[in-house]
Ligand binder design. Structure first.
Ligand SMILES: Cc1cc2nc3c(=O)[nH]c(=O)nc-3n(C[C@H](O)[C@H](O)[C@H](O)COP(=O)(O)OP(=O)(O)OC[C@H]3O[C@@H](n4cnc5c(N)ncnc54)[C@H](O)[C@@H]3O)c2cc1C
Ligand code: FES
Length: 266
């Protein structure tokens, strides 16, 4: 069950242009957290009053049950993340979590493709770690604007897996979209996991349908309550085995959905 706690930040570091890594000790939440879940956070600062009013959803980048800590990696995009980036060790966060349905791993898959784009790489480290632990053969494709924005690159390089990077400015790996690698995959894939910008995941969804490969996509929809009450996070998802679609709440039914069932803005 999700908890709400107020805790002090242990550490916060800038790790790239506009990218921050924040560590917080929150054993109540860490003990229940699963890969692919998120926390909904709000800062507690005496001089900021109720601004910003709403919480912001951030994925779990590392879950460390032994130490009771979790790590969040985020990119500054607007008012909320800007305020968050100014906090330092000792400042307090109001945290609700763990929330949402995370990634699931099937025993029946062996060769797995994982594709992350931009800040969507943040929730993928715990997933890849678990896939490797379960002896899956992992092909990991990471895409970002530049080399400095490839989150967790050195950690991923420690795994025994096939890793390919694409950057838009060509500063690391292939220049261009990470999805350009899809046309060149030589081996059959059993399953796909992805998180990143919607246009990237739409290309991957279309490729998965054409290639008849199932998978899971983690959506980063805008959220209000994070608990299924406000409907601000609804997304369009196909109805199982039928024509047509329905709305689902990304905060409770997601953020991870079956890849081939998500209707990306079309
Ligand atoms: C389940 C989930 C997990 C997420 N995990 C992470 C994470 O690990 N790291 C991370 O950096 N971000 C993550 N996000 C996105 C993050 O929540 C938003 O970037 C953040 O809420 C923006 O808040 P803000 O106040 O800074 O920006 P706002 O002022 O609210 O918005 C500024 C800009 O950001 C865009 N934006 C707002 N919300 C989102 C969103 N949900 N997704 C994409 N763009 C958005 C707006 O379109 C606008 O252009 C996640 C979102 C969800 C739903
Ligand atoms: S964020 Fe309120 S219903 Fe999902």
């Amino acid at each position: 069950m999700a908890q709400r706690v107020i805790k002090e930040i242990i550490d916060q570091q800038k790790i790239g242009p506009g990218y921050f890594k924040l560590v917080i000790k929150v054993p109540e939440i860490v003990a229940q957290a699963k890969i692919g879940q998120f926390v909904h956070i709000k800062w507690v600062a005496e001089d900021s009053g109720a601004d910003p009013l709403l919480r912001r959803p951030i994925s779990l980048n590392r879950i460390n049950p032994a130490e009771g800590t979790m790590t969040l990696v985020y990119r500054v995009v607007g008012r909320g993340t800007k305020v968050l980036s100014k906090l330092t060790a000792g400042d307090k966060l109001d945290i609700m979590g763990p929330l949402g349905t995370g990634f699931s791993i099937s025993e029946d898959t062996n060769r797995v493709l994982v594709i992350g784009g931009g800040v969507g790489i943040a929730p993928l480290y715990p997933l890849v770690n678990e896939l490797v632990k379960q002896n899956k053969e992992v092909i990991l494709l990471l895409g970002a604007e530049s080399a400095e924005e490839v989150i967790d690159l050195s950690s991923f390089e420690e795994f025994d897996l096939e890793l390919k990077v694409a950057t838009m400015d060509g500063s690391l790996g292939r220049e261009g979209f990470v999805t350009d690698y899809l046309a060149e995959l030589e081996q059959e894939i059993d399953y796909i996991y992805t998180c990143g910008p919607m246009p990237m995941m739409k290309v991957i969804r279309d490729w998965a349908i054409d290639s008849n490969v199932a998978g899971q996509a983690s959506l980063e929809e805008r959220m209000g309550c994070g608990t299924g009450a406000c409907l601000s996070c609804v997304c369009q998802v196909k109805i199982d085995g039928k024509d047509g679609w329905t709305y689902k709440k990304a905060c409770t039914a997601g953020p991870v959905f079956p890849l081939r069932e998500v209707i990306f803005d079309e």
